[in-house]
Design a protein around this ligand. Structure first.
Ligand SMILES: [Zn+2]
Length: 245
């Protein structure tokens, strides 16, 4: 990754915020790989340490998260210590995220979709959105300059919702899988949680099938889905990115 660039360049063009280590790998790892391949700076903020998980300690997951970040070509990854399983949207947590937003100054923020099976994921959608808004307010004082991301998109791979758009991750599907499998404590076959977790050999088939499904929606092989709240604005109809009929 290029060390120096324009003086006003941000530390992260794209920042993915998630509740748990390995969430990003499951929902938008291929997209982060694609953005890094385009020369963009990418970053991940995990809000918890993963201490409530059935398998593995928070320390193990920290090491695995660092390895996954390396595989994803992510230049910056840190975790806050919000309580795993009890992430709350409160002012203190919003301000902690504001500090990171003002440090990294991302143009785009990826959040989890707002309807989710795991309550932490749903909370992060709102918590992250509100933090992005607060971060732009000069009167929210954190001893750092205000910064509001230009765009928020929601990673919707696990949501039963029609995506706004798909990112083609076909060239990165193996690296995406390798990043997920960096979490050996979670995904390697082991006695603990054996009845609860998908066997290691099935993870590849499942994750490839999920991304194949979304790829098909956009006419590519493998894809990751996103929802945006805003309606798109178009200048030139010949440049609207649609698949051919
Ligand atoms: Zn999660």
């Amino acid at each position: 990754m290029a060390a120096a660039s324009a003086p006003d360049s941000s530390l992260a063009d794209v920042l993915a915020i998630a509740a748990h280590r390995d969430d990003v790998e499951q929902t938008c790892g291929g997209t982060l790989l694609r953005m890094a391949a385009r020369g963009l700076h990418t970053a991940i903020l995990d809000l918890t340490g993963g201490e409530a998980g059935t398998r593995g300690s928070a320390e193990e997951r920290a090491k695995e998260a660092a390895e996954a970040a390396r595989v994803l070509g992510v230049g910056w990854r840190q975790a806050l210590d919000l309580p795993d399983g009890a992430v709350e949207n409160n002012l203190e947590n919003r301000i902690r995220i504001v500090r990171v937003l003002r440090q990294l100054r991302p143009r785009v923020v990826i959040l989890p979709y707002w309807q989710a099976r795991h309550p932490d994921h749903a909370v992060v959608a709102t918590l992250g959105y509100e933090a992005c808004f607060l971060s732009g307010l000069a009167k929210v004082d954190t001893n750092s300059a205000p910064h509001r991301p230009f765009k928020i998109v929601y990673a919707s791979l696990y949501a039963d919702v029609r995506p706004s758009f798909i990112v083609d991750i076909t060239p990165f599907i193996e690296q995406r899988h390798a990043a997920l499998m960096a979490y050996r404590s979670q995904y390697a076959n082991q006695p603990t949680g054996g009845g609860l977790f998908v066997p290691e050999e099935e993870i590849r088939e499942r994750t490839f099938a999920e991304t194949r499904h979304y790829g098909l929606l956009a006419g590519v092989r493998y894809g990751e889905p996103f929802v945006q709240k805003e309606v798109g604005l178009v200048d030139d109809l010949t440049l609207v990115p649609v698949q051919s009929l």
